[in-house]
Design a protein around this ligand. Structure first.
Ligand code: FE
Ligand code: FE
Ligand code: ZN
Length: 276
């Protein structure tokens, strides 16, 4: 069964997102835990969460993906910025306990002149400070485009972070098609080669979610500008090959393309048709 959805606004709550997902042919969705630029999260609405859980069970909505604010930087040179990232993520993870068994994705961070080794060490330290044994969420490191001093643009960097974390069974990876292409991994012409490399370095079983995006820029551009499916340098056929690859076809897929709801509905319909 194809598990596919897109990024939705969380402003009207969980039940609203589930209904919206269903209305566009999706059976999962991604959302920001709070304003994508950071800031405080709304208090958890337990009635909404309970209604969401019933609705999701009745309608086959599964494995939802929460996305951390993208401005957090757990490997900043400034302790106060690192502490803010850790505090925010820990708060998010406590909130995620209301919807156990789901996924929480974050951008590893930018080391800003400290060097990638220091960045890796600080990210691992943060994860070690916030993960706990009995948590019910899997925390995903997103594969990054490698723009600026972003950590996580190579599979080796993701592996190095995971290696330094004590509770490794709480960790996974979210593979972003635009990001890996921008980082120089040729998923268009050498998908098998890229996945073999990922398997050798990180392990394909670590992939718990896939962000499905076309890219505005060519292979290796290190830009991170998402494009609509079929309108970028990756193309529909390469995306469908990735989504139907035996190593990935059972993973949940989330569109983060520049679309409104009707555009997402059209992309979901197209990918469902091609996937079957
Ligand atoms: Fe992301
Ligand atoms: Fe992404
Ligand atoms: Zn991106």
């Amino acid at each position: 069964m194809l598990r596919i959805g897109c990024h939705l606004s969380a402003s009207k709550g969980y039940l609203h997102m589930a209904k919206e997902a269903l209305s566009i042919g999706a059976n999962t969705f991604q959302f920001f835990t709070r304003n994508p630029r950071g800031g405080t999260a709304k208090a958890m609405d337990e009635a909404d969460v309970a209604a969401f859980r019933d609705f999701a069970a009745e309608n086959g909505i599964g494995v939802i993906l929460a996305h951390a604010p993208y401005t957090l930087n757990g490997c900043s040179a400034e302790a106060s910025i690192r502490e803010f990232a850790a505090r925010t993520m820990l708060d998010d993870l406590h909130r995620m306990e209301y919807t156990p068994g789901n996924l929480y994705n974050f951008h590893p961070g930018s080391h800003v002149k400290q060097g990638v080794e220091t960045g890796i060490e600080l990210i691992a330290q943060m994860l070690n400070s916030i993960l706990w044994q009995d948590m019910h969420t899997t925390v995903l490191l997103e594969t990054m485009a490698g723009k600026g001093s972003e950590v996580g643009g190579s599979f080796e960097e993701l592996r190095a972070i995971i290696d330094r974390v004590a509770l490794q069974d709480k960790l996974g990876v979210c593979l972003d098609t635009c990001h890996v292409s921008d980082a120089g991994y040729d998923i268009v012409n050498d998908l098998d080669g890229v996945l073999t490399r990922f398997d050798n370095i990180v392990g394909l079983e670590r992939i718990k979610a896939v962000h499905i995006n076309d890219s505005k820029n060519p292979l290796g551009a290190r830009k991170d500008r998402h494009e609509k499916i079929g309108q970028g340098t990756i193309g529909t056929e390469a995306i469908v090959r990735l989504m139907t690859h035996p190593a990935l076809r059972d993973k949940p897929f989330y569109l983060e393309t520049p679309n409104e709801l009707d555009g997402y509905a059209a992309e979901i319909a197209l990918l469902k048709e091609k996937w079957s």
